[in-house]
Design a protein around this ligand. Structure first.
Ligand SMILES: [Zn+2]
Length: 127
């Protein structure tokens, strides 16, 4: 738990504005006392996860932001799509594959949790 910043959620509009809305949401809810240094990675990871959800997922979709103090910040994007992102070799034709490769590099951990109503892709960022 974080004593400064409560968990927050943004319902995503599934169009080209989603990344911009997501970064504005981070402006408002990112935990600066614990994780100011992680914000650049947070912007990149959230943009990739949101873009993947818009391109390959299905509505409804939402972004959640959860600070765990010293343990880092977890971002999650869930959507109603059933197609699961996979880490592929970064080849120029693999749309989305490169995005997940970037998430893999920037995250301390990441994963995909399938659920009855779609999936959640999450990333934990640690300083
Ligand atoms: Zn915090």
């Amino acid at each position: 738990m974080c004593q400064y910043t409560p968990p927050a959620e943004l319902v995503l509009v599934m169009d080209d504005t989603a990344g911009r809305h997501a970064r504005r949401f981070l402006d408002e809810h990112w935990c600066r006392p614990h994780a100011a240094d992680l914000r650049p990675q947070g912007d990149l990871v959230v943009t990739e996860l949101v873009t993947n959800a818009v391109r390959h997922g299905a509505p409804p979709a939402a972004l959640t932001l959860d600070c765990a103090g010293e343990a880092g910040v977890t971002v999650r994007v869930r959507d109603a799509g059933t197609e699961l992102p996979r880490l592929r070799q970064a080849d120029p034709g693999a749309l989305g594959g490169r995005g997940i490769a970037l998430v893999d590099v920037l995250s301390a951990q990441w994963g995909v949790d399938p659920g009855p109503d779609g999936k959640t892709v999450w990333s934990r960022l640690v300083a």
